[in-house]
Design a protein around this ligand. Structure first.
Ligand SMILES: [Mg+2]
Length: 412
């Protein structure tokens, strides 16, 4: 079997409302590049890549000369072909490798008549549990709905997500407002959903001192972990000395060098594996093996997925024995998807691992065309900027917080 073509289509799919985060905002939609890898026996494998509000179409076009004629089963060779460590100093292609790996695994699963998780060791569970993902949100500029800014709005939003999807673990994304205000917010959610589990993630924008203070204020709650309170392993190490709860990261341990450094001088307890950041599902499984050996916790990170990437997260979650936390997903903030059958559904806070051969998802061509057209109309957006704070720079540590009394809504 040989690869004969690679196609990429940029789509933008609306969110219920703009999601605010420490470094900016998802401006009311995700921009994703959908990748199709076609083989000489007529199979088409699907991949997906993010890119912080921008299209990645051109890089996949450039990869065609590398990959046409290549056997999609030779995945380990492909790792060096696309992203060998020295060449990666010039062109960081880790996420491109990931999207191509997803598509090749999808092809192999279809060819062999098995779901991807069966190629990767076999499923240990049929459903993967997810955490709610609570964001501060601007209101939707079309109808004014969806704002999450006040404590009451946040608690109501958390209750609503729990009721609709059945989540029992709740992740709150902070780093937007002053830590004192966000502490009140987090404690209010924990009080409202007593008995559930909680995690907080300010995306690494606090100083070590702020992180230590915040961590100590929440030690009495049922925390899964405190995620990336500061940026950098040395800072994490300082916080870990003074705060009595596990620390987690999806930013400072995203490759094997960093994982080794963390094992040799522990800074982080729980590693959030991202199928794109690590360069594919298989790299994540390897990393989970290292974590198993050193008894580090493992969770699944979300980088803002549509259904194709969500499928990779489900197949990953199905096969790793040490997945000890609910996975993250932005997925429920989306209004639609580009896969056949529409959005995958949650039940009791979990999503079923696809059972059909390959990744188990197919493109809905009409939806793909609809959201590709929407991208052509709206274009990219700067993920690391806040639409209502022109001129603001997300420094680390940050001390210029947004104002929770600011009721404006951006016209996007
Ligand atoms: Mg995070």
């Amino acid at each position: 079997m040989k690869i004969i073509d690679i196609r990429a289509t940029t789509v933008t799919v609306p969110l219920e409302a703009p999601l605010r985060h420490a470094n900016g905002c998802h401006w009311g939609r995700f921009v994703r590049t959908v990748v199709e890898v076609e083989t000489d026996d007529g199979l088409i494998g699907l991949g997906e890549m993010g890119g912080g509000g921008e299209s990645a179409e051109s890089v996949f076009r450039a990869m065609k000369s590398y990959l046409v004629g290549h056997d999609p089963a030779r995945l380990e060779e492909m790792r060096f072909l696309i992203a060998n460590p020295t060449a990666s100093l010039y062109n960081n292609r880790t996420q491109i490798l990931a999207a191509i790996e997803f598509a090749c695994l999808d092809i192999l699963g279809q060819k062999w008549g098995v779901p991807v998780c069966d190629i990767l060791g076999g499923r240990l569970q049929d459903r993967v549990p997810f955490a709610s993902y609570l964001f501060f949100r601007y209101s939707n500029h079309h109808d004014g709905s969806g704002e999450v800014r006040t404590i009451d709005q946040l608690v109501a939003h958390a209750r609503e997500l729990k009721k609709r999807y059945g989540f029992t673990s709740h992740k709150m994304k902070g780093g937007v407002f002053a830590p004192e205000y966000e502490l009140e917010c987090y404690r209010a959610v924990a009080a409202a959903l007593d008995g559930d589990r909680f995690r907080f993630d300010p995306n690494g924008v606090w100083s070590a001192e702020t992180a230590i203070w915040f961590g100590q204020q929440i030690e009495d709650l049922r925390n899964d972990y405190l995620e990336d309170p500061v940026f950098g392993m040395n800072g994490m190490r300082r916080v870990r000395e003074k705060v009595r709860m596990p620390l987690a990261t999806n930013t400072v341990v995203v490759n094997f060098e960093q994982l080794a450094a963390n094992v040799l001088d522990m800074a982080v307890d729980v590693i959030l594996l991202d199928t794109t950041f690590w360069g594919g599902i298989r790299q994540c499984i390897k990393a989970a093996g290292v974590c198993e050996t050193f008894q580090l916790g493992v969770a699944v990170h979300s980088s803002g997925e549509l259904g194709i990437q969500l499928a990779t997260m489900l197949h990953l979650g199905a096969v790793i024995p040490n997945l000890s936390f609910a996975a993250d997903a932005h997925y429920h903030h989306l209004t639609d998807d580009i896969i056949e059958g529409g959005k995958m559904s949650y039940e009791n806070g979990s999503i079923a691992v696809p059972a059909r051969p390959g990744l188990g998802v197919k493109l809905d061509r009409e939806k793909l065309a609809e959201y590709a057209e929407l991208y052509r109309r709206l274009g990219s957006y700067p993920y690391d900027q806040d639409p209502l704070r022109p001129g603001w720079t997300p420094t680390i540590p940050n001390n210029r917080w947004a104002d929770p009394n600011d009721e404006r809504r951006p016209i996007l």
